[in-house]
Design a protein around this ligand. Sequence first.
Ligand SMILES: [Zn+2]
Length: 571
Amino acid sequence: MVPVVAFAESAEQAYQKARDAYYALQNSSRKQMYREQWERVFDKFESVHERFPENKRGADALYMCGKTVTGLYGISRIKPDAERAVELFEEMADTYPDSSLSDDALFHAGEMLEEILADRQRAYLVFQRLVSALPRGDMHNKASARLKALAEYAPQPKQAPVEAVVAKSETSSSVVESVTQGSSVSNQLTSIRHWSNPGYTRIVIDVTGETQFSTNYLAPEPAKNIPPRLYVDIERTGLDEKLPEITIVDDGLLRRIRTGTPQDGTVRVVLDLQSIGDYKVFPLVDPWRIVIDIAGDKSPELKQNEATISALPESGNDDIAKVLKETPKTPPVLHIRKAPETGVLRRIVVDAGHGGKDPGAVGPSGVLEKNVTLKLAKELARELTRQIGCEVILTRSTDVYLPLEERTAIANKVGADLFISLHANANKSRKAFGIETYYLNFSKNDKAAAVAARENGTSLKQVSDLELILFDLMANAKINESSRLAAEIQKSLVYSISKKYSNIRDLGVRQGPFYVLLGATMPSVLVETAFISHPREEKRLISSAYQKSAAQAIAAAIKEYAVSNKLIASR
Ligand SMILES: [Zn+2]
């Protein structure tokens, strides 16, 4: 028998394991896309720090906790991650003032405060602390230089920038005037639109041109009865005078929207929240606008309820929330409105791609995608009513322009059970042809990314930025259901159309980051019914026979999907 001897792992061994995991993650851009991978590395370092607090490696591990969350922020780009990294670095410097890494920790904290969180006053204080408390550190000179550059942010008796704006926008009407006098204004904030959905709220800020903006989250202060707040500062922008200073929303997530000008040339949009699970802020182009999606927090009694739209992925994210202390200690009272009951297919939203000033793709003989999709949508609506008998709502029934974010918002608003966006494909090569169906996810290949870029009206670079946004927002998406629905539609389209037409190519089900599907809370797909850029398929797309065949096939697929998911009773 082999004697059982429990060798306690040494601090050094445990630290090396955590470090190996850290470098493995640094070397895998694929793994980096997943929050739980960062959590895993974080947990390893945290455990070293907790088990060996007195050891030098305990100090190193806490420093690496800060580095890991900094890396996570690099992917997620959500402010709570950056704030947490700052906290960890500060905690490290507080706990281990004698460690050779504590000045590096403070320097990173100051750097993040200055460059990412744009909190220059706090950055100043951190650099000041580094310079005065750790004069022998190798970061001393760099910190001194930063301190000099930030001199104007040296603390003054009055600060608390947000509260200042809050007070200003609530008490004074001279806010607008001060902006118009500013010389640095090059854009106007013209309107703020918002849509309330079960479990999440979307706010869109319309600005006349591209601008820099920064986002900040302020945690709730239950003792002072201050709710969580989110604010966006938009640079070189003025406020339209007609815009209300306060808009009451009160939808269970968002209490109200306020606007103000913290300084000349900067507009601040403050969201007073009722509860928050996660949020994402991203720009859309043509026209330029800033989208804020706020997902709700889940109250414990709603956790088992499948019908409730979840804001966070099931188990993993709850853990990181705990670890990263993102969950407020006393969760606010929630009034999440229940999502439509599952088990019935009652309402389908059919989206005719493009419209109005956005023609979509243009065929070789001049056929416009927006006209093809509208006819197809109307045909599909008829077929769905005939075959399933459910309610069908079109996002547009005429040739009008509709921003992408509004299309999903409509589907969410009417409590749709499915969202089907109809399109015609295009390629620089006139030889490309076939049928493909998409659902929202990371694009697996360059072709899918190119289709997403075209449908989004963005560049490929912006598509890769969008994938970083997806990283967080996909928690809301019904990915599995969407992929099943896409598979049914693709199969049915290829099968039925091949019976009547020759040269039908099955390009399969694909995934990509489509703006139009982003934020949909129901299974949603985008169908590329044929290539408008291919002369043969362009001709087919405008024929009512082809449109009818395609609509019949899509409707049959939806019926099949509904039956197999027991959403309707019979075939
Ligand atoms: Zn399209």
